[in-house]
Design a protein around this ligand. Structure first.
Ligand SMILES: [Zn+2]
Ligand SMILES: [Zn+2]
Length: 324
């Protein structure tokens, strides 16, 4: 009798592209390499102009990784896509926004439910202005679903439970380190982990106030902003923000600069969803992590996913599929 593996088991068993698959530890960093840079608030993000009134806030490597943000300035207010892993990071971006736009932030869009993309929402919603938080219907559900994966309100409690042990391990590693460079890197990570724990204890989750379940256009201050629900991929609720005039698309982690995080994903459907994304007319991608990318990166990224799926299928010779 054929064994029926879950998608995660197939990915884990196949043993290929181990770096992309990561481990199955739910407390693991989502989506990007855990870097070890000592980063000050003012250096957390580099704001890059991508089009007229469109900016990418590119996150610097950090021990507790931050997502990028996209900043869309209209005549009537600013729309920010994604709010990173912590309020201090969102505040750092907010300060940079104020340098390029005189308008208040009116809308936050969360591309998906992962912890490193929404935990800073409260910075905008507590600004005293009326701020809408927009996400897909599925992402809103995932943000409160206990078994959703690496994000949402229940995942905050999981992180709070895991962080003291993580901090203790870092302390021990710092104590054992003899090489000054290694010691200083671990001590920086330790400071970041402790600061992150403090922030997480105070976190006031700001959940979506408006959801979309099919593609729709939001007109804000004379600018057309399309919100696309294209299918499952990195998660089952990925939202793409598309600016047809400026030919820019904001993809969250459904399209990033390097290897994707797969644990909450649907690899085979992801490839088809990227086909649908490719049909949009754009030149620039603001990804969830990494620098601004040209449209040609989509084919490269999709090719990587396809190769990964082919490798897994070859390994899973008993007929299990990725979507099981
Ligand atoms: Zn991410
Ligand atoms: Zn993600």
């Amino acid at each position: 009798m054929a064994r029926h593996w879950t998608r995660r088991q197939v990915l884990a068993q196949a043993g290929i592209a181990a770096a992309a698959i990561h481990t199955l530890d739910p407390h693991e960093l989502c989506c990007a390499p855990p870097a070890h840079a000592a980063t000050h608030d003012k250096d957390l993000f580099e704001l890059k102009k991508v089009g007229d009134g469109v900016y990418a806030a590119i996150a610097a490597p950090a021990y507790k990784v931050n997502s990028n943000a996209a900043v869309i300035v209209t005549n009537d207010g600013v729309i920010v896509v994604d709010s990173h892993s912590k309020p201090s990071a969102a505040r750092a971006v907010y300060q940079q926004i104020q340098a390029v736009a005189k308008q208040p932030v009116r809308k936050i869009v969360n591309t998906h439910f992962h912890w490193d993309h929404w935990q800073g929402n409260q910075v905008y919603t507590s600004s005293g202005q009326a701020v809408e938080v927009i996400a897909s219907e599925r992402t809103k559900e995932n943000l409160t679903r206990p078994d959703a994966g690496v994000g949402g309100v229940p995942f905050i409690a999981k992180q709070l439970a895991a962080l003291p042990a993580e901090i203790e391990t870092l302390k021990q590693e710092a104590g054992r380190a003899t090489d000054p460079q290694t010691k200083s890197r671990i001590e920086s990570n330790l400071r970041q982990a402790e600061a992150y724990l403090d922030e997480l204890k105070q976190l006031k989750p700001a959940l979506p106030t408006r959801t979309v379940s099919t593609t729709q256009t939001v007109t804000e201050g004379g600018r057309d902003i399309q919100l696309h629900v294209l299918g499952r991929g990195h998660t089952d609720g990925d939202l793409y923000i598309y600016l047809p005039k400026e030919k820019v698309v904001v993809t969250g982690d459904a399209l990033i600069d390097w290897m994707p995080f797969l644990n909450d994903g649907y690899p085979e459907e992801w490839v088809r969803t990227l086909d649908a994304l490719e049909r949009l007319d754009f030149t620039h991608i603001i990804p969830g992590h990494g620098d601004v990318l040209p449209k040609s990166h989509l084919a490269f990224f999709r090719g990587y996913l396809s190769d990964l799926i082919a490798g897994v299928k070859k390994a899973a010779s008993d007929g299990a599929t990725l979507d099981e």
